[in-house]
Design a protein around this ligand. Structure first.
Ligand code: SME
Length: 149
């Protein structure tokens, strides 16, 4: 099970060096990619010019832009709601950046009351993410919002 308490503490200590959003998101992607079992992609898409644009991540090359409402990430943005998808093949409009991905979790991040980015994590296993992951990642997203606010 992922140790979200430790990841939160590591993020807090990194934020003491800089609260630059790119630096924080880059290190968060690294903490999650290396701190979670069975994950093949962890990173961010940022709301820019009306689309989601690829941000800091760890994993394979990924889609550069995603339209609002499209795929799991675009749905998280449009609905402003965490998406926990046990089987990406069963998700209408899922965008297969990495054909190895089987399950996915996406958490929206906010600035000024609006979604400004999404945190996206993919796994090669079906049903990899649980309610505990949703809680842990929501807490991490809240911390990031606080630092980047
Ligand atoms: N699968 C995502 C696209 C991003 S990649 O997984 C990195 C989606 O459907 O939004």
């Amino acid at each position: 099970m992922t140790d979200y308490q430790t990841i939160l503490r590591q993020l807090e200590s990194l934020a003491a060096s800089s609260r630059d959003p790119v630096a924080l998101m880059a290190n968060t992607a690294a903490l999650l990619y290396h701190g979670m079992a069975d994950v093949n992609w962890a990173g961010f898409y940022l709301v820019k010019d009306g689309v989601l644009l690829l941000g800091p991540f760890q994993g394979n090359v990924a889609c550069v832009t995603i339209q609002k409402g499209k795929g799991v990430c675009g749905t998280a943005w449009a609905e402003d709601r965490l998406q926990l998808v046990p089987d990406v093949h069963a998700f209408p409009g899922h965008i297969a950046c990495d054909s190895a991905s089987r399950s996915e979790i996406v958490v929206p991040l906010h600035r000024g009351g609006e979604v400004c980015a999404v945190l996206d994590i993919d796994s090669p296993l079906f049903g990899r993410f649980t309610a505990a992951d949703a809680d842990g990642l929501a807490a991490l997203a809240a911390k990031l919002e606080q630092f980047m606010g």
